[in-house]
Design a protein around this ligand. Structure first.
Ligand code: DGL
Length: 271
């Protein structure tokens, strides 16, 4: 397949959370064109069966490759990375970068007491993806993985530090406080929006890590090794699509990502 350096990078998530990764990508690689798909018509992915998440991911990547000619794809969703990454890599010729390994690598590098926490959706944690990657990357550290059902729904409603989210965080994060982790990986792309609440509950000494920046560094490395980085001195074009209400996506997404997201288009997937 012929890849031109001017082709965009495709990024997708079940909704708004992957905008944390898009933000990091735009900041690190300002001349790259980006096409972002938020599958808000079918979110949340967290509680869905693996086969469904694989089908959704496959459909979105086909769309990005066929309709937008993307030169690579970033799976900016931990749940989709957990269940679909290998399958996508087998099916498509373009490089596919996920968020599991980059985040975990950063957390394992940062921990001083070798006790790391990972929080994610029910699907991500139940898939065992973080547990398997941790065993492969570092046998010395103990990685405590916990699901945080309910966090995503608060973020999608734009509710980041209410009393209710605080109460839920105290209940869900209690075991990690007891385990005395010194580093906590936010293993769901939505969770960085709850960072203040999570930091309040975990305590100031616990380092919170978001996979967004590390994933952007992985993308940069792939572009450099494949010779596909866009050499243009101009700023890239950023295109946002939502399978749900595009007006709401632009309004809410703009608050989360910043001025690059002033407009979103609707895209229809599946049934
Ligand atoms: N974006 C998903 C993730 O990172 C969370 C939201 C969802 O459940 O769809 O796991």
């Amino acid at each position: 397949m012929l890849i031109s350096k001017e082709q965009p990078i495709g990024v997708f998530d079940s909704g708004f959370g992957g905008l944390t990764v898009a933000r990091a990508l735009i900041d690190l690689l300002p001349s790259e064109h980006v096409v972002y798909v938020g599958d808000t018509g079918r979110y949340p992915y967290g509680p869905r069966p693996a086969s469904e998440i694989r089908n959704f991911s496959n459909e979105i990547v086909s769309y990005l490759v066929e309709q937008h000619g993307v030169k690579m794809v970033v799976v900016a969703c931990n749940t989709a990375s957990s269940f679909a990454l290998e399958d996508l890599r087998d099916r498509f010729d373009v490089p596919i970068v996920g968020v599991i390994e980059p985040g975990l690598r950063a957390a394992l590098r940062a921990t001083k007491n070798h006790s790391v926490g990972v929080i994610g959706t029910v699907g991500t944690i139940a898939s065992g993806a973080y547990q398997h990657s941790a065993a492969a990357l570092d046998r010395e550290a103990t990685v405590h993985c916990y699901a945080c059902p309910g966090f995503v729904e608060f973020v999608e409603r734009g509710e980041f530090d209410s009393d209710q989210v605080h109460v839920l965080a105290e209940r869900l994060l209690g075991p990690l406080v007891s385990a005395k982790v010194d580093t906590l990986l936010l293993g769901c792309t939505h969770y960085p929006f709850l960072a203040r609440t999570i930091a309040d509950v975990m305590g100031r000494d616990v380092l919170l890590i978001s996979s967004a920046e590390e994933t952007a560094f992985d993308v940069k490395a792939v572009l450099e090794t494949t010779g596909a980085a866009n050499p243009s001195p101009d700023r890239g074009v950023h295109h946002f699509l939502s399978s749900g209400d595009a007006g709401w996506f632009a309004e809410m997404g703009g608050r989360l990502l910043g001025p690059e997201l002033a407009h979103a288009e609707h895209v229809h997937f599946g049934a």
